[in-house]
Design a protein around this ligand. Sequence first.
Ligand code: ARG
Length: 462
Amino acid sequence: MTTLWSGRFDTAPNAQVLEWGSSFSVDRRLFQDDVTGSRAWARALGRAGVLSAVEARQIDEALEDILRKGLADPALVTGSDEDVHSFVERLLVERLGDTGRRLHTGRSRNEQVSVDLRLYLRRRVPVLLEAVRQVIAALARQASMAGDALMPAFTHFRPAQPVLAAHYFLSHAAPLRRDAGRLAAARADADALPLGSGAIAGTSYAIDVRELADDLGFSRVVSNSIDASSDRDFAAAFLFACSLTMVHLSRLSEDLIILCGDEYRFFELSDAISTGSSMMPQKKNPDPLELVRGKTGRAIGQLMALLTTLKGLPSGYNKDLQEDKHAVFDAEDTLAGCLTVVSAVIDGLTLNRARMAQASSGLLLATDAADYLVGRGVPFRRAHEIVGALVRKLVNEGRELTSLTPEDWRAASEFFAPDVVARVTAAASVAAKRTPQSTAPPAVRAALTEMEQWLESERGSR
Ligand code: ARG
């Protein structure tokens, strides 16, 4: 293996140990970003007068060619190099000799790996954001198609109150939208130029870091070279955003596994994303959703791995930090795959409206009966008791609230007038809600419109 630091040592490195410590198989994914950063560094050295204009141009052109060839054939990005930085520099020196050997002037791999990962996240987070947007769009389409379909909402996983199915679909879109905000914030964290920090103390060459930041499209420059050499907050923020997005996808998956299951059958999964059993011919299994739920542990694991790596580090760069990239790439891949699968699952859902309607009626209208009494002047606590007693009786008799005649109601309380029969229905319950975040049909329509507008504005924004 060729290294960038052999001069200091008497003996050749232990090949096994060196290979074990190599990060090239993982950080080759930063190839494009490493070349981008190095080209800008060469230009900055040229502007600072460290490289002649001719040298700076030669390096820039050689790196451009290396990049073009590496992107055209990724198999070329390989070798026994210690890491991607060593690889790119080796190729450059093979082409330009001593001119190539001038590129690393005033620069350290400590800042190079930081700038690479920052550039990487800057270009990759938008891809994830678009995938999150696709899941939200699929949920919004289901909300739109659901129209006035009703379903029970759950607390303690017991049917609680009727809601519009559209309200339910939007309830899963809301956290994903916050996730998009967190992913964008992690990208903003990464948006600072670390170059100019040197190995730890800064650089002795007159690099205009503001100009270099502009050249690379960074909106700001880091504030402290010691901090910059070991700051991976942006990577941790990214992993947290990925983890929480996965948590939300996992909860959605869990809901769908249950609500598409034989006990509920509110929704039907499309055959295209379902799987069968090798033994039981009747089975239609939600494997993709189970995998999303399962892979969530993996994304959370990567966040824990990085935080644990960071917690004991002394000040400045330490090689432990090399572990960051595996965590970032694995979490990114895991999330990207899950987002694609969940979009397809949502798009393939069909609603079993009859079952949903049936499950929305019955004893879960008890709160509406109590609210009716409140409307007649009964204190809520009294109303709760009256309806509670009525529910107890109905449960014993195996009956539902909707089976009560006006006389039955009146027997429970003199305040129940005949209009209670029409007031205690699932549709009336939903229509009675008053707040903007509620399941009232006009509120849900407004929420859906607002979500669609957000989706549209996000579409253009990247
Ligand atoms: N491969 C290293 C990493 O990923 C690059 C930085 C190496 N710096 C050093 N001083 N050895 O962290």
